[in-house]
Write a protein that binds this ligand. Structure first.
Ligand SMILES: CCCCCCCCCCCCCC(=O)SCCNC(=O)CCNC(=O)[C@H](O)C(C)(C)COP(=O)(O)OP(=O)(O)OC[C@H]1O[C@@H](n2cnc3c(N)ncnc32)[C@H](O)[C@@H]1OP(=O)(O)O
Length: 177
């Protein structure tokens, strides 16, 4: 598959900028009580650095993060990477994950997610998640294919009450394609 490396969008957040939630109710980055509350900082290339602290509510086995929630963290990081550097929303088409080490409750996963290339509406992204700091051992790796969509995608498919809520209060969204 031929891909191109896109330029960093001129309106992408400056390197070092901490991103706000892309949607106030997002499970990954918004205000959901048991959500992942991920924090993300724009890198100086086509990458983001994110952190996800594994909490009590995120367990699968005793004292360990649930694998599906780890996938959720990567979905969030990868989708935000695509959206941030292209300045248009992208939804997950495909997501592959390698789980290399268990991730304990109370640990912080340090995720670097990178935009690797685009081909038409397809956006290829990948990420590594490390324990014990940004240079620590890799616990989880992921690769994703995201597909850019127009805002109508959400208006057409989203639950009507939530669409009405964000229409009435656009500050719930960080969307400015
Ligand atoms: C603005 C700034 C915002 C910043 C913040 C944003 C943050 C966001 C954070 C989000 C965080 C969380 C993120 C979430 O949780 S997103 C939520 C989870 N994902 C979804 O709900 C997506 C559901 N799927 C769809 O809606 C449609 O299937 C989409 C839109 C994806 C494509 O249907 P559409 O009819 O529109 O397009 P198309 O079918 O012509 O496909 C187009 C191209 O893509 C290729 N293709 C498609 N699927 C696959 C696949 N599985 N493997 C390989 N390839 C695939 C396809 O072959 C074609 O290629 P080509 O023929 O052109 O070569």
């Amino acid at each position: 598959m031929e891909t191109e490396l896109p330029p960093r969008h001129p309106e992408a957040p400056a390197p070092g900028t901490e991103l706000g939630p892309h949607y106030a109710k997002c499970f990954g980055c918004g205000e959901q009580p048991d959500g992942l509350h991920m924090r993300m900082v724009a890198g100086d290339g086509l990458y983001l650095d994110s952190t996800f602290k594994v909490l009590e509510a995120h367990q699968g086995a005793p004292g360990l993060a649930h694998g599906g929630l780890l996938v959720c963290a990567f979905d969030e990081a990868l989708g935000t990477t695509a959206g941030t550097f292209l300045r248009r929303p992208a939804v997950t088409g495909k997501l592959d994950t390698d789980f290399l080490r268990p991730v304990p409750v109370d640990s912080v996963l340090h995720i670097r997610s990178t935009l690797d290339g685009v081909a038409g509406r397809k956006v290829y992204v990948s990420a590594d998640g490390r324990l014990d700091g940004p240079e620590g051992p890799i616990a989880v790796k992921a690769r994703g294919l995201f597909v850019t969509v127009k805002l109508e995608h959400f208006a057409k498919h989203g639950r009507a009450s939530d669409i009405a809520a964000v229409t009435a209060n656009p500050s719930m969204l960080e969307v400015n394609p």
